[in-house]
Ligand binder design. Sequence first.
Ligand SMILES: [Fe+2]
Length: 298
Amino acid sequence: MFEEAQLSAPVTRSGEGDVTVHLSDNHPGAVDPEYRARRNALAALAMEWQRGTPLPAATYTDAEHDVWRIVCSELHGLHERLACSVYLEGKQRLGLPESRIPQLVEVNELLRPLTGFQYVPAAGLVPLLEFYGSLADGIFHSTQYVRHHSVPLYTPEPDVLHEVVGHGNCLAHDRFARLYRLAGAAARRVQTTEALEFISKVFWFSLEFGVLRESGKVRCYGAGLLSSYGEIQQAAQADLRPLDIARMGVQTYDITHYQPILFCGDGFGQVEDLVGGFFAEVDDDQVQRLVREVTASA
Ligand SMILES: [Fe+2]
């Protein structure tokens, strides 16, 4: 959940050990003391968890389960119409519950036999290299909180719906899982911040906000689109550009709006060839070369 982290609420722990999630004033849950207490409790669970120990169970309220159910129900038909076929296969294989929020440990039990990917809890922002590098090991850092129930179809932050419905259904398919692992290996291979940020942008414009054409129709394969009730429906109206690693790696984005520019693959195979091929081979020199080329041609 690193990318959306620009809008992720900061999490702090006081000297007494109290964990606080600092929601912005315009967050839908900012004036709901019960919601704020829930967020603090879930963040504390993640902060207290030690790797190698059982994952902490989050006790969700009925209202939170309702949010999950409403969003899954709304996304169901949208996925059928607008998700790429590989995502739909992954979704079918994973078989997430749609009527209640699954615990991360349940998600892991479903994922493990499929691709070996495993979720671990994150309180909030995960540093770029840690988030990506872990993907190489099949580890996905995930928030556990749910968006505020007053606006179930909107979230300013990456919540468990984004992490599990968006990314999880992808990670259930070996073709996606391979791309995520390659992205992780790429992040660990490079030495410079510039190269890591370049990789993160390629990831953003592919595995978060990527679209592709299938049978002449625009279909979504990015988790950010696949978990967004509004944006998935607008994706085909974006300024769609051909897959171009150099341009993806330098393209700026504003996470507070729908993405005006999306990069569109010619089928999932082309995404694997170009994006997967890039992740498989990229090093610092290649990033420098790509940036030079795209700057010279601008
Ligand atoms: Fe994400």
